[in-house]
Design a protein around this ligand. Sequence first.
Ligand code: GDP
Ligand code: IMO
Ligand code: MG
Length: 425
Amino acid sequence: MSARVDVLLGAQWGDEGKGKVVDVITPGYAVIARFQGGPNAGHTLLFEGRKHVLHTIPSGIFREGVMNLVGNGVVIDPVIFLKEVDALAKAGVDVKDRLLIGRRAHLILPTHRALDAASEAEKGKEKIGSTLKGIGPTYMDKTGRNGFRVGDLERADMMDRYRALVRKHERLLAGHEHVIDWKAYEGEWLDAVQRLRTITLVDSEHWLDEQLNAGRKVLAEGAQGTLLDIDFGTYPFVTSSNTITAGACTGLGVPPTRIGRVIGIFKAYCTRVGSGPFPTELNDEVGERIRQAGHEFGSTTGRARRCGWLDLPALKYAVMINGVSELAMMKADVLSGMDTIRVCTHYKVNGRLTDRLPYDITGTVEPVYADLPGWGALSVSEALPASLEAYIRRIEEATGVPVKLVSLGPDRAETLMRDTAAVAG
Ligand code: GDP
Ligand code: IMO
Ligand code: MG
């Protein structure tokens, strides 16, 4: 019988702990496939005392017998990609037999990075807070029908195509004031492109179709989070791809009728890195306490993440847009030791209460909180404290979706299934 594609994605502003959960549930799948984003992502895995950060390569890569696919919706920087491959080799993982790239994926050129940097520099105080990996300009070239795809590496006129796109970018850069020295990166980039050809390239939509027809289960791994989605996020402070379930269809070439479970990952609180509205942000010692306890510093850029209370209207929105069928709650341990934990249940907009995320949340919404009792130290070998169970029930009631996985620490082993059969598949 034909298998389904389950989708795992971020239900907040990214960094929810997607990498950890993918790693934990990978044994239930034959294929892990990244469907969008690029090296702006940083997915952290921790097991056997070692930490690994993946940017482009799917988080199933450490598990034997599982194939990992970089789908057509992903944008790839060959230099960063090969650094990941080399780091994996050092960690004892030979990617050769377990990693595939879809030919339709687009490449990030050195000039895309330069355009990203120039655009951000000119925005000044209005800047997005981009990771400056060239994500926006690469997706712009994709939708503008100028992009350079991985499959182009197999063409005889590859260098001509590369040079033509660079010339176009040079004309654009000529109109900018802040132009970084992208040429210094070009040699390394061209070397990496040669090496990238040693990774197996596939027509991934056909390959995935065959896998599913053969009954092999696929997990689609998202990057970023719902509120960073290009259409439904806090625009313009978003990334340049569809981070939502629909993005798994376009980013892998699988039809909506083949989507199975949709697993939404969220933290017991909220974080955001970069600019943009964040209604429940804590600019005080509580926010600082969460940042320190949760090590809330970016895995890709090292930037301090902004921290705040859990935002239920935003989480409900993520559940709605993605058709989330189950939730995974991360980092409950970070809030341990707090007497009271606040949850934003509603917003006040123009004096009226609502639990809907409105079109614009920039300074126009005032969060309304419920105060709930906190919990002490947590352990996977003990039952969850009643106060944490009550917190989870509150989230389940608000969203209408079960929380099937609770994470109590960064390690693979610090994970509790509230319904093992449903989450571990
Ligand atoms: P991703 O981008 O969604 O994969 O998330 P990141 O890896 O960027 O950020 C999540 C961070 O939280 C990483 O440093 C993880 O190791 C860590 N982490 C994940 N789950 C937990 C948890 O339950 N508790 C704690 N304390 N840390 C966690
Ligand atoms: P993972 O997959 C958190 C944020 C950036 C910036 C905005 C646009 O690890 O959850 P971009 O580089 O895409 O132009 O940046 O999006 N951002 C992320 N924030 N986690 C991520 O990925 C992110 N990827 C991009 O900080 O605000
Ligand atoms: Mg991350």
